[in-house]
Design a binder for this molecule. Structure first.
Ligand code: TTP
Ligand code: CA
Length: 374
């Protein structure tokens, strides 16, 4: 059996029917500047610090890259390479807002979005796949939505894993769409230079070239001992991703563990009806946020601050994920009544929150259980 067949067999032994997208803005900061200031369009725009103050290039428009300008380069070098370059100061507040907007566009497609930075995210669309809905179609739709809603282009890679999707999005920029069909991972990866792999920077790639390891295929065919000498405990992972094997899940909401709403009362109260009403209102607020983000959670939490400022929290984990107001309120009210049964305190602050959100893995499990009729 050839190395190729061996790797392919290994690949098919794993669950490789996933549809993962990696989306990345093209020349993010520079593209936002060109969008907002039409006079900058089609010009070599470089966003970053001033050349006279030892600034560096944060983002270089594709027009400026023709002159050899790259991000992280000293701005003085950039200006030397291209004297007509237009140097623009960054507007971080705007980029953060554009980032928030693009993540919303992604989350309109699936809740399984894992942001990697302001301008990049993985989307797991496996659960959307149907006879007439394929990951490439979803990717085309995504690109079109970003263009029409934000006036910016993204490059998208489609593959069966995060690492394949990320490499795919990077090799055909700007405005790229690169599709690696299931089973096509090895023919796609093997001819590429080792630099495409996540975590192989200039230092590591120099070491690899000294050993005549230039392509992903060269890397994939190395014995593990050689790779351990270079990558340490990461060697197995590097060998696996060189062979298109990567089962790491898309992890949502890394930055956000819960969605909650709380209110401080004008007058402290122990009135059961008042407290019930407040909990219901807060449950409604939380439900609204969850619905907007298309998220559901499994744990409902109630937070109460007593008049003496001590804080009590009570939480309940339920078998079905909740999203709507009545479901959240049901658990939150139960928690409130548990607290009130044993207390004659007055309260000054009430909060309701939901956590325990979907990850791609548990959503997959859920889909499978559903298919199995459980
Ligand atoms: P990148 O995605 O690395 O670059 P990019 O979006 O400008 O270009 P590409 O088309 O190649 O994806 O980084 C995203 C943004 O992060 C970039 O626009 C500016 C910021 N950034 C820095 O501020 N400093 C840096 O060194 C890098 C690499 C990026
Ligand atoms: Ca980018």
């Amino acid at each position: 059996m050839s190395l190729y067949e061996g790797a392919q067999n290994k690949l098919s032994n794993r669950n490789h029917n996933r549809g993962i997208l990696h989306a990345d803005f093209d020349a993010f900061y520079a593209a936002v500047e060109q969008r907002d200031f039409p006079e900058l369009r089609n010009k070599p725009v470089v966003v970053g610090g001033s050349p006279s103050r030892r600034g560096v290039v944060a983002s270089a428009s594709y027009e400026s890259r023709k002159f050899g300008i790259k991000s992280a380069m000293a701005m003085s070098t950039a200006v030397r390479k291209c004297p007509e370059a237009v140097v623009v100061s960054p507007r971080f507040v705007v980029y953060r807002e554009v980032s928030r907007q693009v993540m919303e566009v992604f989350r309109d497609i699936t809740p399984l979005v894992e942001p990697l930075s302001l301008d990049e995210a993985y989307l797991d669309v496996t659960h959307l796949i149907a006879d007439d809905i394929t990951p490439p179609q979803i990717a085309r739709n995504l690109k079109q939505k970003v263009r029409s809603k934000l006036g910016l282009t993204i490059s998208v890679g489609v593959g069966s894993s995060k690492s394949v999707a990320k490499i795919a999005s990077s090799i055909n920029k700007p405005d790229g769409l690169t599709i690696v069909r299931p089973g096509g991972e090895i023919p796609f990866l093997y001819p590429l230079p080792v630099e495409v792999l996540w975590g192989i920077g200039p230092k590591t790639s120099a070491k690899l070239h000294l050993l005549s390891i230039n392509t992903v295929e060269d890397l994939a065919s190395q014995p593990l001992e050689i790779l351990s000498g270079i990558f340490g405990s990461n060697a197995t992972h590097i060998k696996e991703i060189s062979n298109g094997i990567d089962i790491t899940p898309v992890i949502t909401q890394r930055e956000r563990k819960s969605i909650s709403s709380e209110t401080t009362l004008l007058v402290d109260t122990s009135d059961v009806e008042d407290l019930n009403e407040i909990v219901m209102r807060l449950s409604g607020d939380v439900a609204e946020s969850l619905l907007k983000k298309n998220m559901r959670g499994r744990t409902v939490k109630l937070k109460l601050k007593r008049s003496d400022f001590t804080v009590v929290t009570r939480q309940k984990t339920i078998p079905e994920k909740v999203q709507i107001s009545s479901e959240i309120a049901e658990s939150a009210l139960e928690l409130l009544n548990l607290e009130l049964e044993n207390s004659h305190e007055k309260y000054r602050l009430i909060g309701v929150g939901v956590s325990g959100f979907a990850t791609s893995e548990n959503l997959q499990d859920e889909m499978q259980l559903r298919f199995a009729g459980l």
